[in-house]
Design a protein around this ligand. Structure first.
Ligand SMILES: Cc1cc2nc3c(=O)[nH]c(=O)nc-3n(C[C@H](O)[C@H](O)[C@H](O)COP(=O)(O)O)c2cc1C
Length: 287
């Protein structure tokens, strides 16, 4: 990890060790979720990585170096264990001393290694872990973040939270959960963001603007056709949130897979955008 991080450091803002990947090939190599059973190893990996980045001249002083152009973070993403005491032991080892912690932040995916992603996240585990560690370091949530207006948990109750705010005159218990009124510092999204890259801009489903931006980027920095079509199909489908608005109906999404070249894809989307929005001239080329 330390060597890989040193190679990546010039091109990234930080490195995050994923101790959550449940795929069998990863676990067989003691990677991903298998690392949740190896807390000393994970602690040693982050210590070694921070030391290597510091030796290479990167600024790894956490909050002290937030504004530094050479600032780099070292963070860890976890799943939970069935017995939450094991997760607490893991975090105690990997976070280290609260006054001189070993990681910049942690991301919690509140499912166990064997929980399918169709099962809702374990909000009670999240609540327990955030109330224990949020005073020590920033905590991000990963899992079922599909729409910012309907997040998969409630704002913290006053008894448990370190931060409870009133928004727009609403009592905190009725306000939507945000990093401001929970013990969470932020959200990570995978499936939701794949289907709706405008999720963090507050859009409840993918807008044409996001698709047009993606296509402009794909033109500037070409992707293999199959990969571009995969992303476009995800963006044009009904998405993961409660709002099931789809940019294209199913028959058009099936057509996507039959397109043979990037130019055919551009022509197809130009035509569909005109059809569905009534706007002339196809997709914007200036995003
Ligand atoms: C296509 C895809 C790629 C992912 N890649 C990563 C990754 O590189 N690192 C990581 O920590 N988790 C990765 N994950 C796992 C997610 O971060 C996340 O923990 C899990 O999918 C549940 O969150 P979601 O409901 O937002 O999808 C990936 C998930 C998907 C679907």
């Amino acid at each position: 990890l330390a060597r890989a991080s040193a190679l990546a450091a010039p091109y990234v803002a930080g490195v995050d060790l994923n101790c959550g990947c449940p795929q069998s090939w990863a676990c067989a190599e003691t990677l991903g979720a298998a690392l949740m059973g190896r807390r000393e190893l994970v602690r040693d990996m982050v210590v070694e990585t921070r030391a290597r980045l510091a030796a290479d001249g990167w600024a790894v002083g956490k909050e002290r170096h937030v504004e530094s152009p050479r600032g780099r973070s070292v963070s860890v993403k976890i799943r939970v264990h069935d017995d939450l005491r094991r997760t607490v032991d893991f975090l105690d080892a990997v976070v280290g001393h609260p006054q001189d912690r070993l990681v910049d932040w942690i991301t919690i995916h509140p499912r166990t290694r064997s929980t399918p992603s169709t099962t809702p996240i374990r909000t009670e585990a999240l609540e327990i872990l955030t109330s224990r560690y949020a005073g020590t370091l920033p905590i991000l949530l990963s899992g079922d973040v599909f729409d910012l207006s309907s997040l998969p948990f409630k704002p913290s109750t006053p008894g448990l939270s370190t931060l409870t705010v009133e928004e727009d005159g609403l009592p905190a218990s009725n306000a939507p959960p945000t990093p401001g009124n929970t013990n969470l510092a932020g959200f990570m999204s995978a499936r939701g963001l794949l289907a709706n890259p405008a999720l963090f801009a507050g859009a409840p489903s993918c807008p044409w603007h996001a698709l047009e931006t993606f296509m402009c980027n794909a033109a500037r920095c070409p992707l293999p056709l199959k990969l571009a079509v995969h992303h476009v199909s995800e963006m044009c489908g009904p998405g993961m949130g409660a709002d099931k608005t789809a940019l294209l109906p199913k028959r058009d999404r099936i057509r996507l897979a039959e397109l043979g070249t990037m130019m055919e894809l551009v022509d197809f989307l130009d035509q569909k955008l005109e059809e569905h929005t009534g706007r002339k001239g196809g997709m914007r080329r200036d995003l």
